[in-house]
Write a protein that binds this ligand. Structure first.
Ligand code: FAD
Length: 483
């Protein structure tokens, strides 16, 4: 059994842990960072970039919102179901985090919005390939990992932390386990927990959010995100904060189906529930709002329904594109559909009649036919009486073959669990800071009330990186106070 000694242990090297590691090293602390997986960056390797308000780039472009505007937008959106001081600290420092990342060597392409009406706060990383898109952020974590090492951070991969050590009411180190199963005990003046939540732990998802992963929830389950940090912090006396899933909407098994389907299921075509009824304006651009509405339907299931003519129209034009869905059309849609039908993917169906489509999808046939008739009337008159969908999205579902793909609440991972204050100090059940214990990133991110703030995109990665820096700063002040 090895025994080590250091100023600061950082539990994990994902987005928040790496930000904490670089910041703590810059502040002169001796840092050991333990990472469970064989690589750094965590879930954020899949993403495109963090939020920045009043960053050097948004200021140069005179892009809104300002810090004050962003705070009001944010708090109104979440109905003040969040610690306003923590939100203010996160937003006010987010632009500086972009500048700090640039100084570390990260390059960003232009700040972007996510959907019409959202703000250009999303700082998309310029990847090594030179083509910003999904997984662009991985380049940022490579750069940060290299910088952390150069600044003296001792980074131990495939070495999960198993428990926190508490002595005399203070957190005073951790016990980790190396690749061969040997225990490593580290005596430390402070510990930052940054393990990314429990997106890969169906039992915790069911217990804390009620969703059944793989059945009525199809979030990305990034391997290793098992809730370790929450368990360890709670064992050390931390208070439980609000817990949610970071919900948007999507298809079952998105990676198995193939990323080329992403543009298709985001199109604002007719969407019905299992009773065959429409339940929202399909043109809503906020994916979290769509996820919320789908989660309220029977079996938390919806179907996107289109006919041959709509399918063919997608060969040359897509109604909705953004920086994730970058292609303007789906020229290969016939091949995509043939491939998925041949694969036996159980959530996509083709049928010659609406009755046959209803039988295959379990949508109520009478409900579906009544809805299609009503919807086609709206298309003819150019006005959606029920949900006011934009006229340009109103295309009749007129003639078979018909197609349907199932949509579910989906998205990213969990949110929250460890209660922190606006300085990232972990609070005990009496709301007092636990000396020596700090948390950041997803493990501590309970600031979105019940719905992710997609209106200010890049928010979770932005919170991860800024709260990681804040945790390092607060921990550094604490360590210095012990000297
Ligand atoms: C497909 C996808 C796209 C996304 N795109 C964006 C985006 O563009 N913008 C945005 O704002 N957000 C995005 N997100 C969300 C973003 O990735 C997260 O908010 C961010 O990764 C959270 O950072 P974190 O440090 O809390 O967790 P992570 O980055 O997931 O890191 C957690 C780390 O903890 C490690 N770990 C777990 N347990 C232990 C243990 N016991 N000991 C040591 N290490 C441990 C894990 O291996 C992992 O490396 C996306 C997420 C997904 C899945």
């Amino acid at each position: 059994m090895a025994t080590l000694e250091t100023d600061l242990v950082i539990v994990a090297a994902g987005a928040s842990g790496l930000a904490a590691s670089c910041q703590a090293a810059q502040l002169g602390l001796k840092v050991i960072t333990f990472e469970k997986s064989s690589t750094t960056g965590g879930a954020a390797n899949m993403g495109m970039g963090p939020l920045g308000i009043e960053s050097p780039m948004t200021r140069a472009k005179q892009f809104q919102p300002t810090q004050d505007e962003a705070f009001n937008i944010f708090m109104n959106y979440v109905h003040w179901q969040a610690d306003g001081r923590l939100v203010r600290a996160h937003l006010n420092k987010s632009g500086d985090t972009i500048a700090w990342l640039q100084a570390l060597g990260v390059t960003f392409s232009e700040p972007a919005s996510y959907f019409p009406g959202s703000f250009p706060t999303w700082h998309i990383v310029m990847p090594e390939s030179g083509h910003p898109g999904p997984t662009a952020a991985a380049t940022m974590f490579k750069i940060m990992t290299q910088k952390a090492k150069e600044m003296g951070v001792q980074l131990m991969l495939q070495t999960p932390v198993k428990s926190l050590i508490k002595e005399g009411g203070k957190v005073a180190g951790v016990v980790a386990e190396d690749r061969s199963g040997e225990e490593i005990t580290v005596k430390a003046k402070a510990v930052i927990v940054a393990t990314g939540g429990f997106g890969d732990n169906p039992k915790m998802i069911k217990k804390f959010t009620g969703f059944e992963w793989g059945k009525d929830l199809h979030t990305f389950a990034i391997p290793g995100l098992a809730g370790d940090g929450l368990r360890m912090a709670w064992e050390a006396g931390a208070m439980q904060s609000n817990i949610h899933m970071e919900i948007s909407f999507g298809v079952a098994d998105p990676m198995g189906l193939g990323l080329e389907w992403l543009p298709l299921f985001h199109q604002p075509h007719l969407m019905v529930n299992l009773q065959g009824e429409r339940f929202m304006n399909e043109g809503e651009g906020n994916d979290s709002f769509k996820g919320n509405a789908i989660a309220l339907q029977k079996e938390r299931t919806a179907y996107l329904v289109f006919d041959e003519a709509i399918k063919d129209s997608m060969k040359t034009y897509l109604d909705y594109i953004n920086l994730v869905i970058q292609i303007p059309c789906l020229a290969q849609i016939d091949e995509m559909i043939e491939k998925v039908l041949a694969s036996g993917y159980p959530h996509f169906h083709k049928a010659d009649t609406l009755d046959e489509l209803a039988a295959k999808t379990r949508i109520d046939a009478a409900g579906l036919k009544a809805t299609v008739a009503e919807y086609n009337g709206y298309c003819e008159h150019g006005y959606d009486e029920v949900f006011i969908k934009l006229k340009r999205f109103l295309r009749p579902v007129a003639k078979g073959p018909y197609y349907a793909i199932a949509l579910y609440p989906a998205g990213y991972g969990s949110l929250g669990g460890i209660k922190i204050n606006s300085k990232t100090e972990v609070l005990d059940k009496s709301w007092n800071p636990i000396p020596g214990l700090f948390a950041c990133g997803t493990d501590a991110c309970d600031i979105y009330g019940d719905t992710y703030v997609f209106q200010l995109p890049g928010n979770t990665m932005g919170f991860a990186m800024t709260s990681g820096r804040m945790a390092a700063e607060t921990a550094a002040a604490y360590v210095k106070s012990l000297a």
